[in-house]
Design a protein around this ligand. Structure first.
Ligand code: PLP
Length: 424
């Protein structure tokens, strides 16, 4: 078969883009060479519907071992009693939990998308808002912090069957114990979606949802630095929050419901190459080296937040406890969309993002979201953060000046040229 040069040239171009630029998208990271090797391995050829020891296909002895190792490592990493490593993505992990825990039409209570929540937490354009009855809590206007009184009031008023704690653009730690109190008051299942800060949580740097939440989901490709994918977990003592009975009178186990929520509920064959890559990434996360990495991600985010504040940027909540920050650009007279586009021209990647109480549409937005997982993997430290913020500021203050943007791109490329990536 002829090599598909057209696609491989594009892959090479994307590789150069990743090497040359400053990557600040909070949900992105650079996986290790061994994680990428597993993603490109022969395991992509194998069908393995079912679970280890209970497959619907022959020849699964090897992949059974791989999946079992991935499950065991995920459980050790998060102190979980149960883990399902098959979700193809964070969205499918959440879909499976909804499928397993509640019925179409049931009320759910999630974090408002425009305040920092995720599409799968009840957005009207997503399955979660179309199949279920979505209600929302948000942040306080004056502090930018989750409004726990509003959460509690909304729960009492709406009587949700499921409450979701977690966000895509919230820079502060989450009080999972408080969420549990609210959930218990109304008899709701509590799901923590820790997709963003899961690496920090795994290393004990942020509050642990496992003792408080019935179910925990995460993506594996953000702070966890693994392959693209999802993971579902439960801590101890949460195996039957519903007391559901099977026909023979035995209790229906929550773990069985979640497993069938993934397969056959909303996926067919698991991606065994990705599961192998997840196992490798979880192994990497279990090391002290990863703890140092996570501490550096947080230190970098903190230093970057302070540098933005020093330049009169308006950070929602005034700073960060985790790996990211959300910046309201309205005092800088530039929209999120214009900022994102100008920064790309200077080889700096961020994403435009709605800010709480935004006055712009989701396609334009008033803000940007910035995160440090990827630049920390590239080896940038606290001392580099003020310079990175200087470069961003230069772009935003001159966003229509192509000469300035080109000059900043040169500085960006120079900064990143001695930061190895992909062993290059
Ligand atoms: N949940 C949260 C909080 C997220 O931030 C994301 C992704 O950004 C997801 C779920 C969905 O993950 P995926 O893009 O893998 O479907």
């Amino acid at each position: 078969m002829q090599r598909d040069e057209q696609i491989f040239e594009l892959i090479e171009a994307e590789k150069e883009r990743q090497i040359d630029g400053i990557e600040l998208i909070a949900s992105e990271n650079f996986t290790s060479p061994q994680v990428m090797e597993a993603c490109g391995s022969v395991l992509t050829n194998k069908y393995a519907e079912g679970y280890p020891g209970k497959r619907y296909y022959g020849g699964c002895e090897v992949v059974d071992e791989v999946e079992t190792i991935a499950i065991d490592r995920a459980k050790t990493l998060f102190g979980a009693a149960y883990a399902n490593v098959q979700p193809h993505s964070g969205s499918q992990a959440n879909t499976a939990v909804f499928h397993a825990c509640i019925k179409p039409g049931d009320t759910i209570l999630g974090f408002d998308l425009s305040h920092g929540g995720h599409l799968t937490h009840g957005s009207p354009v997503n399955f979660s808002g179309r199949l279920y009855n979505p209600t929302f809590y948000g942040v306080k206007k004056d502090t930018g912090l989750i409004d726990y009184d509003m959460l509690s009031d909304m729960a009492e008023k709406e009587q949700p069957k499921l409450i979701i704690a977690g966000a895509s653009a919230y820079s502060r730690d989450i009080d999972f114990a408080k969420f549990r109190e609210v959930a218990d008051n109304v008899g709701a299942i509590l799901l923590a979606d820790i997709s963003h800060p899961s690496g920090l949580i795994a290393k004990g740097i942020l509050n642990d949802p496992m003792p408080h939440c019935h179910v925990v989901t995460t993506t594996t490709h953000k702070t966890l630095r693994g392959p693209r994918g999802g993971l579902i977990m439960m801590g101890e003592n949460f195996d039957n929050p519903f007391g559901l009975k099977l026909k023979n009178g035995n209790l229906r186990k929550m773990s069985g419901l979640l497993d069938s929520g993934i397969f056959p509920g909303n996926q067919g064959g698991p991606l065994m190459h990705t599961i192998a890559a997840k196992a490798i990434a979880f192994g990497e996360c279990l090391t002290d080296e990863f703890l140092h990495y996570m501490l550096q991600v947080k230190a970098n985010a903190d230093a970057m937040a302070k540098a933005f504040v020093a330049k009169d940027y308006n950070l929602i909540s005034g700073g960060t406890d985790n790996h990211m920050m959300l910046i309201d650009l309205r005092n800088k007279d530039i929209t999120g969309k214009a900022a994102e586009q100008a920064l790309v021209k200077a080889d700096i990647t961020v994403n435009k993002n709605m800010v709480p109480f935004d006055t712009e549409s989701p396609f334009v937005t008033s803000g940007i979201r910035v995160g440090t997982p990827a630049i920390t993997t590239r080896g940038l430290k606290e001392d580099d953060m003020a310079y990175v913020v200087d470069l961003i500021d230069e772009v935003l203050m001159n966003y229509e000046n192509e000469t300035v943007l080109e000059a900043v791109a040169e500085k960006v490329n120079a900064l990143m040229s001695d930061r190895p990536l992909f062993n290059a």
